[in-house]
Design a protein around this ligand. Structure first.
Ligand SMILES: [Zn+2]
Length: 323
């Protein structure tokens, strides 16, 4: 890692207040081999136009000029990198989360802008590694929310994918690792916790032949013989040797404590983004703040989230509440 990079939030604010630093940093994140390529045609024949903070591609196509933001989560954002990068630092490294109100105050932007920035940053934190988990895997499901109680009837009716009380079903998988290697989590919002949903999620994310650990919920029955299935019946005890789901339950308790403290009113539709954020920090809990920040910065490319995408999710989508 480049030693010039910031090591604290204060560092990040000072360092990125200089556009040249933002540029050098983002170039290294996007083009680690140092060769800047046109995001449209991938050509290396490009020139930097310093005055305009743009590159020009010499191939013949539409939009031959590009900025650092094109093709990333920052595309079309009027907010400068000198605000985006400290915001990224904050979200990558906060312990209990940050609300759009806090971020709005810190960056001197509107709450709506801050909310949108946080959602885009959460997209960069989304785990899209295609590999399946293997070895020893704990599986557990939970319900999050319960906001419907506080909502207007008409709004409540619009919410889908819940248990009818506004709670959202979430499935968690934890791949155990001992010692210095970190156990890692994957969490997915599901329509329900019926057998078909849980089994499909496990098959999608876990190599067959792995060892599964679950509680006695009947929905998990039948994982044998594809998986070696170990069951702990919580009516009797919480652990028997290796047979427990304490790792994933620890993750749930961290997640819930945090959602309760910070995000007053998360619409069920947006819940998965907050979960992605929490999973990212959990899976990177043993690395330095600087590396957690760089991990997000390296994932901004090739991901887009427009405001329309966020609020226009079809007839069942509620409008976002501030959170
Ligand atoms: Zn080009």
């Amino acid at each position: 890692m480049d030693t010039r990079y910031p090591r604290s939030l204060t560092d990040a604010i000072v360092y990125f207040s200089d556009y040249e630093h933002c540029r050098r940093f983002m170039v290294e994140m996007r083009w680690p081999d140092g060769i800047i390529r046109c995001p449209t045609c991938n050509s290396e024949k490009v020139t930097y136009l310093a005055n305009q903070r743009r590159w020009k591609c010499y191939s013949k196509h539409l939009r031959p000029q590009f900025t650092l933001k094109i093709g990333t989560i920052f595309e079309d954002s009027p907010i400068g990198l000198e605000k985006w990068l400290p915001a990224m630092w904050l979200l990558a490294n906060c312990k209990i989360g940050i609300s759009s109100y806090e971020l709005a105050d810190a960056l001197e932007v509107t709450q709506k802008t801050a909310w949108f920035m946080l959602q885009r940053l959460r997209l960069a934190m989304q785990d899209d590694t295609p590999d399946k988990m293997s070895g020893e895997i704990e599986a557990d499901e939970t319900f999050i929310g319960g906001l419907a109680r506080f909502m207007h009837k008409a709004k409540k009716a619009k919410i889908t994918g819940t248990d009818g009380m506004g709670k959202v079903a979430v499935m968690g998988l934890l791949e155990r690792h001992a010692g210095d290697e970190m156990s890692r989590v994957r969490a997915t919002v599901l329509r329900n916790v019926r057998r078909a949903s849980l089994h499909a999620n496990i098959r999608e994310n876990v190599e067959s032949g792995s060892e599964m650990f679950t509680d006695a919920l009947l929905s998990y029955a039948g994982l044998d013989p594809e998986y070696a299935h170990n069951v702990i019946d919580h009516a009797e005890k919480y652990a028997e040797g290796r047979v427990h789901v304490n790792g994933i339950e620890n993750f749930w308790s961290l997640l819930k404590r945090r959602l309760k403290g910070t995000y007053i009113a998360i619409e069920p539709y947006h819940l998965f983004r907050y979960i992605d954020e929490r999973v990212y920090r959990f899976n990177n809990r043993k690395v330095s703040s600087a590396l957690r920040f760089i991990g997000v910065a390296k994932s901004v490319t090739g991901r887009r989230l427009t405001y329309k995408d966020l609020i226009d999710q079809g007839p069942h989508s509620p409008q976002p509440l501030p959170a």
